[in-house]
Design a protein around this ligand. Structure first.
Ligand code: SF4
Length: 368
């Protein structure tokens, strides 16, 4: 990783530690930065008089803030890097550092995808209500990639990114508008801190005026979630490499086939483990209890299992037939192959029990 081009805002953090006169500070960094954590600790200890403790447990989001146990250790401040504040209170003073990346990739490689996607979004715009369409025609025209009938009001380009690249959005909006695109930077709900921000569990900025997306970021974690949530075409531009691509329909169909296979496999299951995440921003206790009641209504049994971390070694041995996950939604979507028993989302359980219909389209498990 090119550390020189990341802004860790160390000077500001040192100033904050000094002005608070903090003696014990916890540093929390995402997995991709763990290798550099000791270097950051050295610098913070050299430039302030605080002792730094690395919160060395896995951390994949701001849902996973250092909380009570560090307080018991006497930690006075948490410096959380790589994510932004969400609508949760960890009970600890927490300073968020987005760790922005300094790069301005050329737009040229992504333009062909954007033009193709804009055409496809135009076709899906609602026709006048007096135009009679057969069911077959409706299916062909309006169905989105996850199988829902969509109600587009416009075909604007939604410009989004991961936290490290959000500072590029306004400038790129302007550049794209100069190229003739009608661009919107979507504003989401309380879980998101900035316009254009997306999380692996929240794409709440989506609206009917957005017909397709451009994602500034790397990897396909956010793109997969965004397309599963919105069903809309998505192009990707990676600021680390300058490469452009699209989230292919084939990839999404492969995921949907896998999800449907899991739904079918639990249809006769009797005993379910219902996972509740103990991390502050993943805890969905009410949803877990609703899932348990729904299972009981269908004559099945649900056991509530609360965990800080979810992993195969921690749950596979329970004598249940399958698991329903209410912790981080991406555990079921991205990791289910690692588990020896089916691991499904609450929506997928509803389909398996006949409460919802697969034919009406896939519903992404969003944490609002
Ligand atoms: S719940 Fe999962 S997807 Fe959402 S922020 Fe946390 S780790 Fe990321």
């Amino acid at each position: 990783m090119d550390l020189e081009r990341h802004d860790f805002e160390i000077d500001d953090l040192v100033e904050l530690i000094k002005s608070n006169d903090n003696r014990l500070v916890a540093l929390q960094v995402p997995e991709g930065l763990k290798m550099q954590a000791l270097e950051l600790m050295d610098r913070l200890e050299n430039e302030s008089s605080a002792q730094i403790i690395l919160a060395a447990d896995p951390c994949y989001g701001a849902c996973d803030l250092v909380h009570g146990k560090m307080k018991m250790m006497g930690v006075e401040l948490v410096a959380h890097m790589g994510h932004s504040q969400m609508n949760i209170d960890s009970g600890m003073p927490t300073h968020f550092i987005p760790v922005t990346y300094d790069s301005e990739p050329e737009l040229e490689p992504v333009i062909e995808w954007l033009l193709k996607h804009r055409e496809s979004a135009k076709k899906k715009l609602r026709r006048p209500s007096n135009e009679k369409l057969t069911e077959q025609e409706k299916q062909e025209i309006f169905l989105d990639v996850v199988g829902r009938e969509i109600a587009l009001e416009d075909y604007k380009l939604g410009l989004v990114g991961s936290i490290q690249h959000l500072h590029l959005l306004e400038e790129y909006k302007q550049k794209l508008e100069n190229l003739g695109f009608n661009v919107v930077i979507p504003e989401g709900g309380a879980r998101l801190s900035f316009p254009g921000q997306v999380l692996g569990c929240n794409y709440s900025g989506d609206s009917s005026e957005i017909g397709h997306y451009l994602f500034l970021g790397s990897g396909d974690f956010h793109p997969i979630g965004l397309v599963l949530h919105t069903g809309k075409p998505l192009a990707m531009l990676d600021p680390y490499t300058g490469e452009a691509s699209e989230m292919s329909v084939e990839s999404i169909e492969r995921i949907l086939r896998q999800r449907f296979g899991l739904i079918v496999s639990v249809s006769d299951s009797q005993k379910f483990g219902i996972l509740i995440g103990e991390k502050p921003g993943q805890m969905r206790r009410s949803l877990a209890i609703r899932v348990k009641k729904m299972l009981e209504k269908h004559g099945k049994k649900g056991y509530l299992l609360a965990l800080e971390h979810v992993g195969p070694d921690l749950i596979d041995f329970y004598p249940v037939d399958a698991f329903v996950n209410t912790a981080c939604p991406r555990i079921a979507i991205d990791d289910s192959v690692r588990y020896s028993k089916p691991l499904i989302t609450p929506f997928e359980l509803e389909v398996a029990l006949g409460e919802k219909k697969w034919e009406h389209g896939y519903q992404f498990d969003e944490i609002p």
